[in-house]
Design a protein around this ligand. Sequence first.
Ligand code: NI
Length: 291
Amino acid sequence: MSLIAERPTPHPKSLTPEQVAAYRRDGYLFPIPVMTPAEAAACRGRLEAFEAREGAPLRGALRHKSHLLFPWLWELVHHPRILDAVEDILGPNLLCWSSSFFIKEANDPHFVSWHQDSTYWGLSEPEIITAWVALSPSTIASGAMKVIPGSHGEQVAHTDTYDENNLLTRGQELAVEVDESQAVDMTLEPGQMSLHHVRIFHGSEPNRSDDRRIGFAIRYIPTHVRQVIGPKDGAVLVRGVDHFHNFVPEPAPDADLSPAALAAHKAAAERQAAILYAGTQTTSFENVVRG
Ligand code: NI
């Protein structure tokens, strides 16, 4: 098997060379337009119409890998504006490894502690980008994601807190001091996204605004990356070709929460729970993303 990674395309599809250089130096980039405000409002409307039918906000495991449950989210993880930007950094052959809604209700105490995403994901190398798409205003008041520029160089130790207001799986937080005076707030309008590196120090505050803060985080990897923990992991080929076959291909949902989509999603969630909770007592995929 070839160990030569695909190189990023020499002619950028959407990012300027300066933006690519800024991402590599800083570990993040924002804001990048993906959808018009009307398109973003339509996405939010789809989510909230589903929640209205259910009588409750989207919960638990349904917030994780939701692109396997809802055709409109399958479309979003394939959105050409997102993929063009990600391709400019990771190259032409791309998998969507996972996705998660990060929803904070109005005046909600939930927060995200300072952490590095790479800590528990088990992937073979740090060539991983999260595209965080705003479906409502992500402001300082509503608890926008914040990052420490240039902190993506090395993996550092984390402590698991299991704090009940922490939106992360283990309540994990950096075991090193964070200089908050260096933090940059990645504020976004609905329809814009930020990109961040899997090792960037990041976190977010509670939502102190009167609107929900809704973000959909999509994790992309180049096809040569491997899962190094647990059973064979799954992913969706979203662009280019996969010569490596390191992941089980995950299927498109045929309709919102159809029996086939629910079965595929359950299998995918169990695979990822086995990875994200490796070495702990917790096994329930209901807790993969709390909410
Ligand atoms: Ni994170």
